[in-house]
Design a protein around this ligand. Structure first.
Ligand code: DHB
Ligand code: MG
Length: 225
């Protein structure tokens, strides 16, 4: 299996994309603009449509995202929710948020009106949302700095209702999660997510591995009981 190499795995991803993901101008120009601006190619493509389907299956109206990057997943989410829905997406870096905003603006009014970028350090943004008395979310996508993932997870849990779906990206990271000798901050961050999930009676959860254009990684899924 491994001898077949990553190139074959990538070919399959390309096959899936060309077969099942119709050309979407907003999404493909977002990826193009991100590449031109030198953003790392860590967008959720082609898992974007998977996240879109999860949002739809969960009838999500209000979605919170940690880690806007170029706005790629936020645009997928906006397409999944009804016109009175909202995607609040948090980004630390002003330069990155600017690129995301321009991608979102180019994605058309229907998308643009649903997405709100919150700029700043996560803990400040979360405090601000609390002060505003923000409504609970139907879905939360955690995809920012990996070190703080368990903090984001706990905050998400406090701003959820029965049925809220919490998704944590990048919890496998080329297998490092299960490598006892790997204690990189991002690996420790992913392990803390598993620790938080393990002891948490308020959710039903699993994690799964993904392989494709972005290499080998995985996501954790938790449904609030
Ligand atoms: C990295 C971050 C991501 O969100 C991702 O999906 C892949 C890689 C990273 O920081 O390396
Ligand atoms: Mg990610």
């Amino acid at each position: 299996f491994w001898q077949q190499g990553l190139s074959k795995i990538k070919t399959v991803d390309e096959y899936i994309i060309s077969a099942l993901l119709p050309q979407d101008d907003a999404l493909s120009s977002t990826l193009k603009a991100n590449a031109t601006s030198g953003l790392p190619a860590i967008d959720v493509s082609p898992l974007g449509k998977f996240l879109y389907l999860l949002a739809k299956l969960n009838n999500a109206k209000r979605i919170l995202e940690f880690g806007t990057l170029g706005g790629y997943s936020a645009i997928w989410f906006a397409k999944a929710i009804p016109s009175d829905g909202k995607v609040i997406t948090r980004e630390l870096e002003p330069g990155i948020a600017e690129i995301a905003q321009s991608n979102i603006d180019n994605a058309g009014l229907e998308v643009k009106d649903k997405i709100e970028i919150r700029l700043g350090p996560a803990l400040e943004t979360l405090g601000q949302l609390d002060k505003e008395g923000v409504e609970d979310f139907d879905m939360v996508f955690i995809d920012a700095d990996k070190e703080n993932n368990s903090t984001y997870f706990r905050w998400a849990l406090e701003h959820s209702h029965a049925g809220t779906l919490i998704v944590v990206d990048n919890v496998v990271r080329s297998g490092f999660i299960a490598d006892k000798d790997n204690n990189a901050p991002t690996t420790l961050g992913a392990r803390k997510v598993f620790d938080a999930l393990k002891g948490e009676k308020r959710v039903e959860c699993t994690a799964f591995q993904t392989i494709g254009l972005k290499g080998w990684d995985g996501m954790a899924l938790a449904r609030v009981i």
